[in-house]
Write a protein that binds this ligand. Structure first.
Ligand code: KIV
Ligand code: ZN
Length: 519
């Protein structure tokens, strides 16, 4: 295999498919921060969003397009002229813009989603891909639910998309239904049967409903795909997408059996994982491959003994490869700003002076309450999305709670709601219930609490608690998160954070991605 033949392009869709996960809404500054990190770690293509979805999505894609130095910036569009024009409007100022358009092709999608027969689908592909190609030199096209599409028809749709000007053909396993052998078979079949397929890049886009997204993507690459669509931490619709960190490290660690390479700077994987977990409010499971908290932890005596003798005994890659540094320096209230910056850099965070200033204040407050500040405390501080930003609609001013064996448990709360100071007192079944009732008094809303979760960041009774709160309102889900040494304060801030995100989401209408409007 030649070097250029072995190169696999990495297409990150954290900001599009990832953001579609219920509850993973991201703000504009958060999206810009993620896009900058993805560009820094040398992702080839960033799918920045779905511009027709809302003004906010359009704006985010347009700003990412304007600010990104290296990566191709891609926007998603259904198979209609409006979507494609809107998408072009958002990506056109990128150094390298791409339009990604798609239509459902499987029998079930044709019948119930797009409601078109085979000929009508072919016609639509021809007009929409040609329209996109007139606007943009780089057009990607996807037959949605490709893995459940009849082979003959899949060949016909891919052929017409290539003829109409697509330069990348993506084969999505939309419902996470395929398996590694079949994933490779489909790519081989297309490579053998579709004219001019050697002139375009074949991409693979796998969902993880059966837990095979990474294996399916790698099989597709073995069969000739040269672009993997993936997300950080495997975020995405339902069970998520192929995890970027998994495919990249699989090709690096097992290059003997996967003789391919990507351009990814793997030392940035841990920072990317932490940033996306923070922003999306989706914590990474402890035993997640590559980036989980326990991925490099050795608990059993046999493993620890083996590690002391030779790290290769139980480790197939080194933590440094993914940017996980082992820094033993514990911070405390006498640590200065430079030490904090250095420590955060060691943990993989790049922070500007303004952010450092704000963090240093919060670090000092924490160090006053807690003798030793560990790495996990700093990660929690960085992950605290409930930072009472001046532009938040609801802000916590003051909270006093009485609790204990004597009833009632009572919360006295002062909030700023749309810059107006409001206060109330509520009682409840326990302090958290009293606080949540007080918040609902001051900001009446119809949302229901779907999840309330507390976990201790470190050991000891002075440990910080990280609280996650998930809310649902008219089918829209948001997750808030906050950390504090006071669990009740963290709970209040996490709830307010989820409400602030809900207010942002109320402005966003979710388009039906499976149903193209008629052109
Ligand atoms: O899963 C899917 O089919 C998609 C398409 C829009 C590519 O995300
Ligand atoms: Zn998808």
């Amino acid at each position: 295999m030649t070097e250029s033949n072995a190169r696999v392009l990495v297409f990150d869709t954290t900001l599009r498919d990832g953001e579609q996960s219920p509850g993973a809404t991201m703000s504009l500054p958060e999206k810009l921060e993620i896009a900058a990190l993805l560009d820094d770690m040398k992702v080839d293509i960033i799918e920045a969003g779905f511009p027709i979805a809302s003004e906010g999505d359009f704006e985010a894609v347009a700003q990412i397009a304007k600010n990104t130095e290296n990566a191709i910036i891609c926007g998603l569009a259904r198979a209609n002229i409006n979507d494609i024009d809107r998408c072009w409007g958002a990506v056109k100022n990128a150094k390298s813009p791409r339009i990604h358009t798609f239509i459902g092709t499987s029998p079930i999608h044709r019948k119930y989603q797009v409601r078109l027969d085979k000929n009508e689908v072919l016609e639509k592909i021809q007009t929409t891909v040609a329209h996109a190609r007139n606007l943009c030199a780089d057009v990607q096209w996807s037959p949605m639910d490709a893995t459940r599409t009849e082979e003959d028809f899949l060949c016909s749709v891919v052929e017409i998309a290539i003829k109409s000007g697509a330069s990348t053909i993506n084969i999505p396993d939309t419902v996470g239904y395929t398996a590694p052998g079949e994933s490779a078979k489909i790519i081989n079949m297309l490579r053998n049967r579709v004219p001019n397929i050697d002139q375009i890049v074949i991409a693979t886009h796998c969902h993880n409903d059966l837990g095979m997204a990474t294996a399916n993507a790698l099989s597709a690459v073995e069969a000739g795909a040269r672009q993997i669509e993936c997300t950080i931490n495997g975020l995405g619709e339902r069970a998520g997408n192929t995890a970027l960190e998994e495919v990249v490290m699989a090709m690096k660690v097992r290059n003997d059996i996967f003789p391919f390479y990507t351009n990814i700077d793997t030392k940035r994987l841990m920072s990317a994982s932490r940033l996306v977990a923070t922003v999306s409010g989706f914590p990474v499971q402890f035993n997640k491959a590559i980036v989980g908290k326990n991925a490099f932890a050795h608990e059993s005596g046999i493993h620890q003994d083996g590690m002391l003798k030779h790290s290769g005994s139980f480790e197939i890659m080194s933590p440094e490869d993914i940017g996980l540094t082992d820094s033993n320096l514990v911070m405390g209230k006498h640590s200065g700003r430079a030490a904090l910056r250095k420590k955060l850099e060691d943990l993989g965070y790049k922070i500007g002076d303004n952010k450092l200033k704000d963090l240093f204040i919060r670090f000092k407050e924490l160090a006053d309450r807690k003798k030793e500040v560990f790495d996990d405390d700093l990660i929690a501080l960085m992950s605290d999305t409930a930072t009472n930003e001046a532009n938040d609609f609801i802000r916590l001013e003051k909270l006093e709670v009485s609790c204990g064996t004597e009833n009632p448990q009572e919360a006295k709360l002062v909030l700023q709601v749309d810059n107006e100071t409001l206060q109330t007192t509520s009682v409840g079944d326990g302090p958290v219930d009293a606080v949540f009732k007080a918040i609902k008094n001051l900001f009446p809303n119809e949302s229901s609490l779907q999840l309330y979760q507390v976990h201790a960041v470190t050991e000891g009774t002075d440990a910080q608690a990280t609280v996650s709160v998930r809310l649902e309102e008219s089918g829209k889900i948001t997750t808030g998160q906050s950390s504090d040494t006071d669990t009740v304060v963290a709970s209040a801030k996490a709830y307010i954070n989820a409400l602030n995100k809900l207010i942002v989401r109320r402005e966003k209408k979710a388009p039906n991605q499976t149903q193209p409007d008629l052109i």
